[in-house]
Design a protein around this ligand. Structure first.
Ligand SMILES: *[C@@H]1O[C@H](CO)[C@@H](O)[C@H](O)[C@H]1NC(C)=O
Ligand SMILES: *[C@@H]1O[C@H](CO)[C@@H](O)[C@H](O)[C@H]1NC(C)=O
Ligand SMILES: *[C@@H]1O[C@H](CO)[C@@H](O)[C@H](O)[C@H]1NC(C)=O
Length: 300
């Protein structure tokens, strides 16, 4: 009797345990940042639509293939070759998220999130290399915003066929090779120097022009002064000459009078002695003449 009771009791315990196990393996929870697709491990059957946060029941022993339901970041720091074949260093970050409606296709193609993320990373890298090859070196300098837009366009193209959306794209660094940078800098410096020289030219020309005009004016002044000095000297000489002429005329008249009308009768010798007296009287220095002094001067 006791043995029978024991067997029944054991059966009840086993049944209850089985029920507990079945119930517990038929429920799975998804967190608030997750979406998932049910996968019936025993029958190898995949659910049809994505399920969101909460407790979900399914066939016993099913599990969820879980994907993030929020945007996740991808960061790239890579070197690419641009249109000119110059190596460019790029730092790019953006965020991506799988489209829930396509989750079944994604899982069939890529199995789980790990595989999917790997493919998205490859696709992102390819998009960056492609975008890089469309821009030449000077455009990387002058059209950074356009480059970022172009990267976004290429990423969207590639992620579209992988059923992912992207947001928050940032091209945070574009670096050209150091040799290129220094070459550009020295070229810019040379251009600035040329500009400075060009700006300087009119000033220097004006300065030279001014100096030339000053010299010309100075020359004119000197020439005018010389001419005026010459005129003054000429006039002075003329005045002196006419003064002297007048004096001689007067003197000549005096002699005329002495010789002619005065009644005096001078011998040649007497006249010469008269002249001698005049010369000596006018002389400023002592005068020595070998003349016989007049024996008598009939005019005194
Ligand atoms: C995803 O699948 C691969 C094999 O395809 C496996 O090695 C990996 O552990 C899986 N990852 C997760 C998170 O289940
Ligand atoms: C770079 O591309 C721009 C636009 O296509 C072009 O105008 C420029 O000449 C190019 N520069 C060089 C150095 O090739
Ligand atoms: C002057 O003297 C000379 C001789 O010495 C004489 O022959 C002459 O007639 C005189 N003349 C007069 C105007 O006196």
């Amino acid at each position: 009797m006791g043995k029978k009771k024991y067997i029944i009791g054991s059966c009840v315990v086993v049944v209850i345990l089985m029920i507990v196990v079945l119930i517990s393996t038929s429920y799975h929870k998804l967190a608030s940042d997750e979406i998932g697709l049910q996968y019936d491990v025993i029958n190898k059957k995949l659910g049809s639509s994505a399920e969101r946060e909460g407790l979900h029941n399914g066939p016993p022993g099913f599990e969820f293939i879980v994907f993030p339901s929020v945007f996740r970041s991808l960061e790239f720091s890579l070197k690419c070759l641009n249109k000119d074949g110059v190596e460019i260093k790029l730092d790019v970050t953006y965020q991506y998220k799988v489209r829930a409606v396509n989750l079944r296709t994604v899982i069939l193609d890529f199995r789980n999130f790990t595989g999917y993320k790997k493919v998205l990373t490859f696709a992102g890298e390819a998009a960056l290399h492609e975008a890089c090859s469309y821009f030449n070196t000077s455009q990387f300098q002058s059209q950074r915003a356009e480059f970022q837009e172009f990267v976004r366009k290429k990423l969207i193209e590639r992620y579209n066929i992988l059923y992912a959306d992207i947001t928050d794209l940032q091209v945070s660094n574009i670096e050209r090779p150091p040799e290129y940078e220094s070459a550009i800098r020295s070229k810019e410096r040379a251009r600035e120097d040329i500009q400075v020289a060009l700006n300087e030219r009119p000033r220097l020309l004006t300065e030279a022009e001014t100096a030339k005009r000053e010299a010309e004016t100075q020359a004119e002044i000197i020439k005018n002064k010389a001419e005026s000095d010459a005129r003054i000297l000429t006039n002075k000489a003329k005045t002196e000459a006419s003064g002297i002429l007048l004096q001689y005329e007067k003197e000549a008249e005096s002699y005329q009078r002495i010789l002619g009308n005065s009644g005096l009768n001078l011998t040649t010798e007497g006249f010469i002695s008269y002249l001698g007296v005049r010369v000596i009287a006018d002389a400023k220095n002592p005068v020595y003449i070998g003349l016989q002094s007049p024996a008598k001067s009939s005019y005194t």
